[in-house]
Design a binder for this molecule. Structure first.
Ligand SMILES: Nc1nc2c([nH]c(=O)n2[C@@H]2O[C@H](COP(=O)(O)OP(=O)(O)OP(=O)(O)O)[C@@H](O)[C@H]2O)c(=O)[nH]1
Ligand SMILES: [Mg+2]
Length: 314
């Protein structure tokens, strides 16, 4: 089925709350809460459709916007492609021009509002920050490693993958217990990149799978209340991740990196091309730092993941 192209807006107020509107009962997915927007008309590009729909539905003028995520979702009766943009600047005060109920909702409360199935990855994209720290070299001792983690967390890191492939399971468990406490103190989420046998033995906010682990699983290894992430390098792995119900991915290497000199970098064009077929937030990884965040977003990504650029040296 040829997808119906839809322009969708995420509008945030100064408190960080998101604007949801309720779909009219008689429409497709009627009665559910949605992000405002509507169909791209013939002879219109996405930006024109976004401005027109938001003017018609809310009576405000969109001034600047940037891509958040693109989702293609097949409902039994139709397939939609939602091109979701974050509105960075607008003029006016949103009002339900079509009589639709309107609410400002905190990101944590989004799951209390019944939404169309296609919107789940949008909510995930809103919950995730634009940087994902992967912890640095395997610790030789716990104290300096935790010190580096703390300095990194102090630089506004809100999402951490605890990666220490050289440690034994016992060593990883004690490191994870201490690192998780630290992450909680800084309001950051921590995902464990550990052996599969450890997954239900450590207390974390979620699990990060290697691309090899991805091939060994047929069911989601953690409940839907926890984050599940995966490392991918190509379309096949991205598809495996999607089939397993992974919430977000890291795709690498985007640029050449000193840590993986043998790997062939994807480049931004190929990164962006891969994302067209993926319905989840994806971080760009490989030779990147914070200054690449705008480029990663323009390419359709969630932001950047990094070790060297985000890991503080003690
Ligand atoms: N606007 C919007 N549409 C969504 C969301 N999620 C989702 O599945 N959709 C689907 O995307 C399509 C959007 O069409 P729409 O009904 O908003 O289109 P529109 O504003 O042009 O309305 P109209 O057809 O009455 O003129 C619908 O099939 C709707 O169910 C969402 O969060 N926001
Ligand atoms: Mg609409």
């Amino acid at each position: 089925m040829f997808p119906i192209h839809v322009a969708v807006a995420v509008i945030q107020n100064l408190e960080g709350k998101i604007l949801l509107t309720r779909r009219q009962e008689h429409t497709h997915q009627g009665g559910l809460w949605e992000f405002p927007g509507g169909k791209v008309e013939r002879r219109e590009d996405l930006a024109q459709a976004l401005r027109r729909e938001i003017r018609e539905e809310l009576g405000i003028e969109v001034i600047t916007h940037q891509p958040l995520i693109s989702i293609t979702h097949a409902y039994p009766e139709k397939t939609v492609r939602l091109d979701v943009h974050s509105i960075l600047k607008y003029a006016g005060v949103p009002y339900g021009m079509e009589g639709q109920p309107l609410e400002w909702v905190s990101i944590e409360a989004l799951h209390d509002y019944p939404m169309p199935a296609a919107d789940r990855p949008i909510c995930n994209a809103l919950k995730l920050p634009d940087t994902y720290l992967i912890t640095g070299p395997d610790p030789k001792a716990m104290k300096p490693f935790l010190r580096s983690l703390e300095v990194s967390l102090d630089q506004d890191i809100k999402l951490v993958q605890l990666r220490a492939p050289g440690l034994s399971d016992d060593e990883y468990r004690s490191l994870a217990a201490a690192a998780y406490k630290l992450c909680q103190r800084y309001g950051a989420k921590m995902l464990a990149n550990a052996s599969l046998g450890l997954i239900d033995k450590i207390d974390t906010d979620g699990v990060h799978l290697t691309s090899l682990q991805l091939t060994k699983l047929s069911d989601r290894p953690v409940s839907s209340g926890k984050w599940l992430a995966a490392s991918c390098h190509n379309q096949r792995e991205l598809e495996q991740a999607a089939a397993l119900g992974v919430d977000f991915c890291v795709l690498s290497p985007v640029l050449a990196t000193a840590s993986h000199p043998q790997a062939n970098p994807l480049g931004w064009d190929q990164f962006s091309e891969h994302l067209k077929h993926v319905n989840m937030p994806v971080y760009a990884l490989g030779g990147l730092d914070r200054k690449h965040i705008p480029q990663a977003k323009m390419a359709g990504g969630q932001g950047i993941a990094a070790i060297s650029a985000l890991w503080a040296q003690g």
